[in-house]
Design a protein. Sequence first.
Length: 254
Amino acid sequence: MIQLKTSREIALMEKAGALLVSCHKEIAKLIKPGISTYEIDQFVERYLKEHGATPEQKGFRGYEFATCASINDEICHGFPRKKPLNDGDIVTIDMVVNLDGGLADSAWTYAVGQINDKTEKLLSVTKEAMYKGIEKAHIGNRMGDIGHAIQTFVENEGFSVVREFVGHGIGPTIHEEPQVPHFGLPHKGLRLKEGMVITIEPMVNVGTWQSKMDDNHWTARTIDGSLSAQYEHTIAITKDGPQILTDQHERTNV
């Protein structure tokens, strides 16, 4: 069942989103060759605790960490580890913040040191694809409009969109209906309604879109070993258009 959110609930989620954004901005300062994703994970847990919040995915279905940290060919749900990051790596840090019962979810892919032009394009296209999807998140549009905008943009740029993992509703629990595919046909699927709060989080691969699962039953990676990137915002569907609850204020025209 889809739970439509009140303005009060959305306001709580926006506060959680502001804290999440501030945490991501601190992470951006930490990312460099030699740091480990385990160190980043420990920082996030301390940062949230200091600000009166908790990492919502810790303990979710037995998950042990405050963040998901996916490196290079890992698509999502990578475990933080003590191995240092190397120059030229990319790493996606994904987290869900619970602040006073309001939830917010956002992932960001970071370059570690210097990356090549192809990898830079992957990150740029993935981020832009997320915003292409958000632009379609208006009352009366359908889920297929979001997915189609993302898929066509990504494929026209020469990359592929992961199918097995999708966006979702959020609040008051971490994963709720509806599912939000990042591929699809326009004018198809569930109609968007005021009060829906969803994540739009395309995972984009350099090679083929198929994934495989690690033995830990959490981490998904590209089947061909190619790089994968992800960007994610939590958004509310409002009468004034999509409201980004995890806005890093990179764009003003969504």
